[in-house]
Ligand binder design. Sequence first.
Ligand code: AKG
Length: 262
Amino acid sequence: MADNLLEALEPDVTQMREEGWCVLDNVIPADVVGAVRKEVETSEADYNAFSKESGRWERNVISFMPKFAEHLANERLLTVIQQLLGPQVRISQTEYKIRPPHYELVRAYHSDFPYDLNQKWHIPQPFPSAVIGITTLWMLSEFTTENGGTWIVPKTHVDLRNPRGKEDGIGDRNPLDGEMQATGSAGSVLIMDSRIWHSNAENPSAGKRTAVVVRYAPWWLNLELFGVNTATIPSETFDQLPDDVKLLYEHRAENREPTVWI
Ligand SMILES: O=C(O)CCC(=O)C(=O)O
């Protein structure tokens, strides 16, 4: 890893450690983000139709967005993530996060895998003082306070309470002290320590707020989540991924012995 890259990203890494979040701009360049957005927006219907017909856990969602997939090992992004998780990382979960115009759900605060207390596969409270997951929200349209920029509560990655903690008395539907909305231009990525309390926001605007959430995990974390995120990537689709992206998804490649990791 080039020293000058690390140096340039030092403020982001420090913000991640101290605040639990940062926004990296221009991860998907401005001249291609429009095409990526279109692919993501149009492929969601194909993914839903395929999954309805063939089974919800039949094909990994990333198979439907090859243009988007090309960016997932972006050097700047991965450098920040590796500073927190260690050099070997894999992708645990990938999901569409498109908020339609006039979307009304206001708040549902939570932490993400493996700290989401509503999921079966979570680690129990009190959470260890270690980063075990990084959540990235890829802004494919601009995120603003008017169209559903994600609610986050900075510094909650080190708070031992949780909005979904039954004994913690916080309430996941309430506005919380210190909350703010993450904003950024299309092509930016919101990076969060997965412990950070965060939530959907309403989208009162007339346009879609288009994003994909991609969660990264250290190599040693059990990713057998028994659900939609363990769906496989067909061999021929996997073969088309850039080599550095293959490394992130090889555990989901269909019918093949691991080659990248050994
Ligand atoms: O779509 C958003 O703004 C938030 C998504 C979210 O909370 C999540 O994926 O865990």
